[in-house]
Design a protein around this ligand. Structure first.
Ligand SMILES: NC(=O)C1=CN([C@@H]2O[C@H](COP(=O)(O)OP(=O)(O)OC[C@H]3O[C@@H](n4cnc5c(N)ncnc54)[C@H](O)[C@@H]3O)[C@@H](O)[C@H]2O)[C@@H](O)CC1
Ligand SMILES: [K+]
Length: 485
């Protein structure tokens, strides 16, 4: 059993992949073995989370997820705990593994009840796993809401009940409250599922653990991966500012210069050799607080030699520069208003598509609304399948795509999408996206290929937020400079 952290490197398997692994494993093992291993793993984690628990409420559903709960109840009871099971199944219709675990729980003397105990020290949610076919309702939903509202920790078996294991969608009324409720844990069984790490999945699951039940995962193709910590990038002693590349930030239309200056600052502090700010606000001549930044007229920059970060605070003015930038920029990060301009202009889309064929590296950094515009769908369609949306965008435009939001997805044509696990809700503030664009620019300018550059920058951006002191406000300016100064 292992805890999943932002450094974990692991494959992610969707429901179809997990099912085929389950079948392959079950075929080589005596009957009920997988469920017994699953139940034991749940019981062990439960004991570690609440070693002094007097009452453990285990809510079990009608299928094999419920079977895991019943097995865990038997194991806990045998170890001196007092599990109370509420089971929504029917002994005559339960799947064989669950029925065997039901017998074991009964034989162990587990208490079964029709309704939850008056109080509990740990709740185990074994209502639905990867077999959820519709949003929970009725008694099941009521029990989930009780768990969410209780002060005790909640341990979800395999996935939080009602979570779409492939996409991370959960119906809003079953999400834990931000203001009440205990800590949340999820023990994913056999495989890690992508939905645990993106969309609402991270908040619904809480701290994720994996038990592979002693099974190999080579019999299925992963749907994605957790890429873990990027490799450190060495700076040679015998190097100079030209060794780390030039970044040109183009954006900052009148009234929005701050966005471009944030991106430029982030590029500078992320290690770019030289940073030019090509502001569309002709009035800005010097940023006195950042004298290292070289302010230039955007039209005068030789983009073929540089990495360009395009769009931060660009407004509509950025549109006129895009044909030249898309054609000539050797390495390019496209953000914010530049993405919007491309979404509404088929001619720009053709220019973007052709970059890959010319060997030019491109990273798109949309948030869900920008991604929706580029895909000509609405935001909810993007959020309903973030991994699929990121991959479609990458394929459509021949670019690396960073789909921002909880569980940032990074996709590139022909590559397995990955989900980044650094970062937290403190990044939900103005300007942090501009900072990320600048950081991707610096990574690209160093010579990293676009996918590696995107992964490195996204990881580092979130990592800075994760290390941010709790008592210090996180501002984009300080984030760009690498921390609190
Ligand atoms: N068979 C085994 O030995 C193993 C099973 N495992 C567990 O089994 C789970 C998958 O089991 P199942 O395929 O039985 O699926 P689930 O137990 O996730 O759910 C399927 C059952 O719930 C019902 N159902 C679906 N949505 C519902 C809803 N909204 N409201 C009420 N009932 C609903 C279905 O009719 C079916 O009876 C995994 O998530 C995992 O927890 C794992 O432990 C691996 C080993
Ligand atoms: K569950």
């Amino acid at each position: 059993m292992q805890r999943v952290t932002s450094s974990t490197v692991a494959d992610l398997f969707d429901v179809a992949g997990t099912r085929s692994l389950e079948h392959a494993a079950a075929a080589t093992l005596p009957p009920h073995t997988l469920m017994q291993r699953a139940g034991l793993a749940v019981a062990r984690l439960a004991m570690a989370l609440a070693p002094h628990a007097r009452t453990v409420w285990i809510a079990c559903g009608p299928g094999n997820n419920g079977g895991d709960g019943l097995e865990a109840a038997a194991q806990l009871k045998q170890r001196g705990f007092a599990p109370v099971v509420t089971w929504l199944g029917d002994a005559d219709r339960a799947p064989p593994d669950a029925r065997a675990s039901l017998e074991r729980a009964r034989a162990a003397g587990v208490v079964f009840d029709a309704s939850p105990p008056a109080a509990w020290d740990l709740a185990i949610d074994a209502l639905l796993g990867i077999g959820a076919s519709r949003p929970p309702d009725g008694v099941m939903a009521q029990w989930l809401r009780s768990m969410n509202a209780g002060a005790a920790p909640v341990l979800s078996v395999d996935v939080p009940s009602g979570l779409d294991a492939d996409t991370g969608r959960v119906s809003a009324d079953l999400m834990p409250s931000r203001h009440q409720g205990g800590r949340r844990f999820c023990l994913s069984l056999l495989t890690l599922k992508p939905g645990l790490f993106t969309a609402q999945g991270r908040d619904a699951a809480g701290e994720v653990w994996l038990d592979d039940l002693g099974c190999e995962s080579s019999a299925a193709t992963p749907a994605g991966r957790l890429a873990g910590t990027p490799p450190p990038r060495a700076r040679w002693h015998a190097s100079h500012k030209g060794s780390y590349g030039d970044v040109a930030v183009i954006g900052g239309a009148p009234g929005m210069a701050g966005a471009a200056l944030l991106a430029a600052s982030a590029a500078l502090h992320a290690g770019a050799g030289r940073v030019f700010a090509g502001l569309l606000d002709g009035r800005a001549a010097l940023d006195a607080s950042q004298p290292e930044l070289m302010l230039r007229d955007a039209a005068s920059l030789d983009l073929a030699q540089m990495t360009t970060v395009m769009g931060c605070g660009g407004g509509t003015a950025v549109r006129a520069l895009l044909p030249r930038v898309l054609s000539t920029a050797h390495r390019l990060v496209i953000d914010a208003d530049a993405l919007n301009a491309i979404a509404f202009d088929p001619a720009l889309q053709v220019l973007l598509e052709s970059r890959g064929r010319r060997g030019q590296q491109t990273v798109l950094t949309p948030h869900p609304l920008e991604a929706a515009r580029l895909l000509d769908v609405d935001t909810s369609a993007v959020q309903a399948d973030r991994i699929g949306a990121a991959q479609r965008l990458a394929n459509r435009f021949g670019s690396t795509v960073v789909l921002k939001g909880s569980g940032t997805v990074i996709a590139a044509p022909g590559e397995r999408p990955s989900i980044n696990l650094t970062g937290n809700a403190r990044l939900a503030s103005a300007g942090t996206g501009d900072v990320l664009a600048g950081m991707v620019g610096a990574a690209l300018a160093s010579g990293l290929p676009s996918l590696a550059a995107a992964r490195e920058a996204v990881w580092l951006h979130g990592h800075r937020a994760d290390r941010w002191p709790a008592d210090t406000p996180l501002t984009a300016g300080a984030l760009a400079r690498g921390g609190v100064h």
